[in-house]
Design a protein around this ligand. Structure first.
Ligand code: ADP
Ligand code: ZN
Length: 210
């Protein structure tokens, strides 16, 4: 079996399984990259299973992974890592999981167990929340992975590489204290660079380091 080339061309040969993480902000092309890797695994005649957090239902609905440019592949919607474990096809050689930041901490154990059983595990997720802080289990997944690709979008304000998710509530930057996951709320997101990212704090004095 070829090693965790990560779709980037290089790679090294390993006997068993491994974990690949595709991290980055929204619009950075994580779903596109996950779809590309899944398609290539299918061309290589690997048995592939795709899961995604049910929390993300943009565009194609819950039974698809969709990229912002409308590319899609079928996916099994799940609410937890345990649900993935229950639905794993024992013959699957490649397990892909999109929107991994929404899953509970069990996803780290699950990915590790699958890799130890010889599976290639591909996880895509937003590694920082709207505050620019680590999101869910993404930091742990990035630590245990053999390969991590951190993708960038384009800052909608200045055109620089974007590494932050700007949350807007009614068109205004969302305050630091607003909840990380707002299901069904009228919020929207933009890709921004660090310099253009705005997160107002109630207590503006706190956090001054220098
Ligand atoms: P992710 O899964 O990381 O949210 P997607 O794969 O769904 O990303 O979408 C990436 C696509 O989004 C790009 O190929 C591009 O067509 C589109 N896009 C829209 N806004 C931006 C932006 N600000 N920066 C980069 N790509 C963007
Ligand atoms: Zn910018």
């Amino acid at each position: 079996m070829s090693g965790p080339a990560g779709g980037t061309g290089g790679g090294f040969a390993v006997a068993g399984g491994w974990i690949e993480v595709i991290a980055g902000v929204m619009f950075s092309g994580k779903s596109e990259e996950l779809i590309r890797r899944v398609r290539r695994a299918t061309i290589a005649r690997k048995r592939v299973q795709v899961f995604k957090s049910r929390l993300d239902d943009r565009y194609a609905g819950v039974f698809m992974v969709a990229s912002h440019d409308q590319r899609t592949i079928e996916a099994i919607p799940v609410d937890s890592a345990a649900q993935i474990a229950q639905r794993i096809d024992p013959t699957a050689q490649v397990i892909a999981i999109d929107e991994a930041q929404f899953l509970d901490a069990g996803v780290v154990r699950l990915a590790t167990a699958l890799a130890e059983r010889g599976r290639r595990v591909i996880l895509a997720g937003t590694d920082t929340d709207f505050r620019g802080e680590p999101f869910g289990s993404m930091p742990q997944l990035m630590a245990v992975a053999e390969v991590v690709d951190k993708l960038h979008a384009i800052c909608v304000l200045c055109g620089a590489p974007a590494s932050r998710n700007q949350r807007l509530l009614d068109g205004q930057p969302a305050p630091y204290e607003s909840p990380t996951i707002l299901v069904g709320a009228a919020d929207s997101y933009e890709a921004r660079c660090r310099a253009c990212h705005v997160v107002p704090r109630r207590d503006a004095a706190q956090g001054s380091l220098f």
